[in-house]
Design a protein around this ligand. Structure first.
Ligand SMILES: Nc1ncnc2c1ncn2[C@@H]1O[C@H](COP(=O)(O)OP(=O)(O)O)[C@@H](O)[C@H]1O
Ligand SMILES: O=P(O)(O)OC[C@H]1O[C@](O)(COP(=O)(O)O)[C@@H](O)[C@@H]1O
Ligand SMILES: [Mg+2]
Length: 321
């Protein structure tokens, strides 16, 4: 009898989840597993939402954003009673291994599940926030950055036409990665993130000098984690004397067809996940570090804090002062 392997997506959805699902199913099949899809993440694991991963369920999904398996957060998974139910759902189908595509919270959930019932799993990092320790890249980041780039380019059109300042708030939860990279890619004059100290007096003097020199508009990108969007907009109006508007980009950043980079990374992580399970790893998280693909034991990922690349920080430092 073939060994069962189930795959699901969990936590915030991210572009690249669908190509990862497709590739896990195809590669697992090639390696002799019987693949299963679980809908609605951890909630579906508890509520028995399992479907055999037939070819037509994962065909034509490569280019789609979000996750066809849907995602969820589940309070019940914190309780042993519900995890026991999830385990019984696996056992009755002969499912012995799991692949989860999600964030650190989802990895922690499966690590707890492994401690309870000894079901090995492999994790594929996916979150637009790019805030998972041990990996330079998480699925969804490049697609989100391209959505932001497109939006900021559009905002620039109206900013230049109307000689206004625009403050654009981007996602990232507590992490400033999206704000920093998009500030560099879109040529923002100001970038505020939780990781960089900022100095409004100095930003004010810099902009006043620039305006005296002919600057007619300003673009500022702020990370949601700073909670500075409203304040900065009012401050620009009052202190720089330039009419300012705030745009909170919101959930558009989570959607869209996965970029080439996200599709390729999904493929690499998916193959890595199956191979890690094949060689008997029980709780490996796929990572991409310094240009190399590999995996790390979950404790090295979940017990550490994500640290931003110091080179990126130094490139953005001048934009917050
Ligand atoms: N220590 C844990 N034990 C059991 N379940 C957990 C644990 N930590 C997280 N979870 C489960 O994982 C889900 C996803 O975590 P969350 O942090 O929301 O998303 P992400 O995977 O994107 O980081 C939570 O809703 C919860 O059900
Ligand atoms: O969709 P929600 O529940 O409003 O959550 C918004 C949060 O989710 C994210 O889009 C993605 O975060 P996760 O991948 O950790 O779930 C954050 O950038 C944002 O702060
Ligand atoms: Mg998270």
């Amino acid at each position: 009898m073939k060994k069962g392997l189930a795959i699901f997506t969990s936590g915030g959805d991210a572009a690249g989840m669908n190509p990862a699902v497709k590739c896990v199913v195809e590669y697992a099949t090639k390696r002799g597993y019987e693949p299963w899809l679980v809908y609605d993440g951890l909630r579906g694991l508890i509520d028995d939402q399992f479907v055999r991963a037939e070819r037509d369920l994962v065909s034509g999904i490569l280019h789609r954003g979000g996750t066809i398996l849907r995602s969820a957060r589940s309070k019940r998974f914190f309780e042993l009673e519900h995890r026991q139910k999830a385990y019984e759902n696996l056992k009755k189908r002969g499912i012995e291994k799991l692949v989860v595509i999600g964030g650190d919270g989802s990895f922690r959930a499966l690590n707890q599940f492994y401690a309870d019932f000894g079901v090995p799993f492999a994790g594929i990092p996916a979150t637009i926030d790019n805030d998972i320790a041990g990996t330079d890249y998480c699925l969804g980041v490049d697609t989100a950055l391209n959505m932001i780039r497109q939006s900021v380019d559009s905002i620039r059109d109206t900013a230049t036409s109307f000689s206004r300042a625009f403050v654009i708030e981007v996602m990232g939860r507590h992490c400033g990665y999206l704000a920093m990279v998009s500030s560099l890619a879109c040529g923002a004059e100001i970038c505020l993130t939780p990781e960089l100290p900022y100095d409004l007096d100095s930003i004010g003097s810099r902009l006043q000098a620039d305006i005296a020199d002919g600057r007619r508009y300003v673009l500022a990108i702020v990370a949601e984690g700073t909670q500075m969007g409203d304040y900065l907009t009012r401050w620009i109006n009052d202190s720089i004397n330039m009419e300012a508007r705030l745009t909170v980009l919101g959930h558009v950043q989570r959607g869209g067809s996965p970029t080439v980079r996200d599709r390729l990374m999904a493929h690499k992580f998916a193959v890595g996940a199956i191979e890690a399970l094949e060689v008997g790893k029980t709780n490996a998280i796929m990572v991409y570090r310094d240009g190399d693909y590999g995996d790390l034991p979950i404790n090295e990922v979940c017990d550490s804090k994500y640290v931003l690349d110091p080179k990126l920080l130094s490139m953005c430092a001048d934009l917050s002062k």
